[in-house]
Design a protein around this ligand. Structure first.
Ligand code: FAD
Length: 619
């Protein structure tokens, strides 16, 4: 066929291949089933699907799609077709392959296998020697930089951003010390258990602080707005798999890990860092920076575990990576005292709504809901994602900044539970987590409204920390409304939209420390409450049954992302106000979730390694 020369090898990427859910082997199967071969055959116009050899195809992405616009729920696949393999096994396919035309977003020709970028290859190569079961690494090459000349780098915080910065810098030969105020995952698990059972909140070891950062006892959703197929995200996902994450996260359209998978992954990550020579210190809170002539020379650590009763310790470093997350309010105060350039940033606040998971399954899947079977079934437990814009109708009456606020669902946890993310007993805030099977009987999600520096005006005396004070105000109100002891104020959604206290017994909640009927409609200022009420009514039109008597709102969700941004230079990641300081991740205002924080940490690692002359490539 004219124009098909040279296409006897290479790959065709076939996207949007639909397999009806009733015919698909199910969410956990990422191989080539006959119904998928039929969809492929249809796409390439090959007449007999069962004659196509499975070996010629690889599933790149698989997503479940139950949108109401479809005739029936389906799995949607992206598949790579290896032309050479296909022709070796089924030469008659050539007539059809030769006629294939590229079609935007559906059929794409790649002359050879897409090579992994330098970044992915580099992380792959460096991770290859690591066996996550044995915890042994065999490729570390100490010759990159002699031990006594290695630049000394402190990484503060072991969340995704700090871990990935440490990994890259460690691999490239820096002498890295990772300092984490909280505990390793084993002890952190016990501390979180004590919180759930005995109401003991450890100020340094809780849902926000400790190994792995805020996302460890989470839903572990690995979704991001920075582009699933970008090199950075691919490199992070593959690194997770090296450390023990199930490989199907690379294929799944909405991958998630769950706490039970995150904990062993983090343990493997820690072993690997130690094998690399990274010094990891837990229970080591960084309280201050040592600054001379606007240059960071070191840090002051309060280290109660290694040196009981010893107070603080001063340590010198060539560079300090600040990866503290958005709940380290004491660290923000310390930065303000050093006049570090920071400015308030928009974020979102609201309430967390919880429904019986079965109700969400039936709203989203109709009759297919029976197939969910608590995460063990063929189709995934139902979730939802909603974005609404409210306030336009009353734009004339509203201040400019209040026109058209976004209200959206945030951190939706199907089959999960509501958890306490406070770091101080006088404040109360919540979030959601789940285990890998998402098997609990509840579905929870935050419903949040965007707020910006205009809204923080009452707190402007706090300068760049005005947004932090804004958060704190509502966390304190929530703690008072709940009546103390981490009891969460709650209200039926039906009562919230009618501005009335729930007088009948509240529906059950997954939150372990108790809920108390409260006037949540009085917790936030009217512009937030009304935006939430309007959007809940809109959501119910889209998802009839969402406003149900079993649906319970919990207060408050305030830490959706960082309330400030620490200024840094784009290329070097260095603070614009303090040399030698590298603010990264969510706490610095450059990420919003596990993946974007990890990617930010990884790129900072490369940028810093370049400045330290450990790395000369382009990333
Ligand atoms: P963090 O993860 O917050 O890590 C910062 C670390 O720094 C912490 O371990 C802290 O103890 C340490 N630290 C702070 N101050 C100091 C100091 N002074 N000295 C030493 N150490 C310090 N995101 C998703 O993408 N998917 C999800 O499903 C998801 N679910 C979540 C559920 C919950 C309950 C929570 C709380 C968050 C969830 N997130 C989720 C958000 C996600 O966890 C964060 O976006 C991500 O962890 C940010 O990474 P980070 O490295 O920037 O900061």
């Amino acid at each position: 066929v004219e124009g098909s020369e040279g296409r006897e090898s290479g790959y065709w990427r076939l996207s949007k291949l639909a397999v009806p859910a009733r015919d698909d082997p199910g969410k956990d199967f990422t191989g080539i089933s006959l119904p998928l071969l039929q969809a492929i055959a249809k796409a390439i116009k090959f007449p007999v699907a069962s004659m196509l050899p499975d070996e010629a195809f690889t599933v790149i992405r698989k997503s479940f799609d139950a949108r109401k616009v479809l005739k029936e729920p389906q799995f949607t696949y992206t598949v790579d077709m290896d032309v050479k393999k296909l022709l070796d096994m089924e030469p008659r396919a050539w007539d059809f392959i030769a006629r294939l035309e590229p079609k935007l977003g559906a059929v794409e020709y790649m002359p050879k296998e897409k090579l992994a970028s330098d970044l992915v290859s580099m992380l792959n190569a460096s991770n290859k020697g690591y066996d996550h079961e044995l915890g042994i690494r065999d490729t570390y090459n100490d010759s990159i930089c002699p031990q006594d000349k290695k630049p000394r780098v402190a990484v503060i915080g072991s969340g995704p951003s700090g871990l990935f910065a440490s990994l890259v810098l460690g691999e490239l030969g820096a002498d890295v010390t990772l300092l984490e105020r909280g505990q390793p995952v084993e002890q952190r698990g016990r501390d979180i258990g004590a919180l759930a059972v005995r109401r003991i909140l450890q100020s340094e070891s809780n849902f926000c602080f400790g190994e792995g950062g805020a996302g460890t006892w989470s839903d572990g959703k690995l979704v991001t707005r920075i582009g699933r197929n970008t090199d950075g995200v691919q490199a992070v996902m593959q690194t997770f798999v090296h450390f023990g994450a199930p490989p199907n996260i690379l294929v799944d359209g909405k991958p998630h890990l769950g706490t039970d998978k995150l904990v062993p992954l983090l343990r493997n990550f820690r072993h690997h860092l130690r094998e690399l020579g990274v010094t990891i210190r837990f229970n080591a809170r960084v309280d201050d920076l040592i600054v001379e002539d606007r240059q960071v020379k070191g840090i002051v650590v309060s280290d109660s575990e290694l040196r009981p009763g010893s107070g603080s310790q001063k340590l010198s470093f060539d560079a300090v990576v600040l990866a503290v997350g958005h709940s380290a309010r004491d660290t923000y105060n310390m930065l303000q005292q050093h006049n570090v350039d920071m400015s308030p940033k928009s974020f979102a606040v609201g309430l967390r709504i919880e429904h019986p998971q079965e109700l969400i399954n039936s709203i989203q899947y109709s009759e297919l809901a029976a197939e969910v079977q608590k995460g063990r079934g063929r189709i995934p437990v139902a979730d939802y994602k909603i974005v609404k814009s409210v306030g336009e109708k009353n734009a004339e009456e509203l201040d400019i900044a209040e026109q058209s606020r976004s209200c959206y669902s945030f951190c939706m946890c199907p089959g999960g539970q509501v958890v306490l993310t406070s770091t101080d007993p006088s404040e109360l805030c919540i979030n959601g987590m789940s285990f890998s099977r998402r098997a609990s009987k509840w579905a929870n999600s935050a419903l949040v409204v965007t707020v910006s520096s205009h809204d923080f005006k009452p707190f402007r005396s706090h300068g760049p920390l005005a947004g932090v004070e804004f958060q704190r105000e509502f966390e304190r109100r929530a703690a008072v409304m709940g009546g103390g002891n981490f009891v969460v104020p709650a209200q039926r959604v039906t009562d919230f939209i009618s501005n009335r206290l729930s007088v009948t017994t509240l529906p059950p909640s997954s939150y372990r420390l108790g809920v108390r009927p409260s006037k949540l409609h009085e917790l936030f200022p009217p512009y937030i409450t009304e935006a939430l009420q309007q959007s809940i009514i809109m959501i119910d039109r889209e998802m009839p049954g969402f406003v149900a008597k079993e649906a319970l709102l919990h207060g408050v969700e305030t830490r959706t992302s960082s309330p400030l941004q620490i200024s840094r230079y784009g290329e070097t990641y260095e603070s614009t106000s303090l040399q030698g300081l590298y603010p990264i991740g969510e706490g610095a205002g450059y990420a919003g979730g596990i993946l974007s924080a990890a990617v930010d940490g990884m790129y900072c690692g490369f940028a810093l390694a370049k400045q330290l002359s450990l790395f000369h490539g382009d990333i």
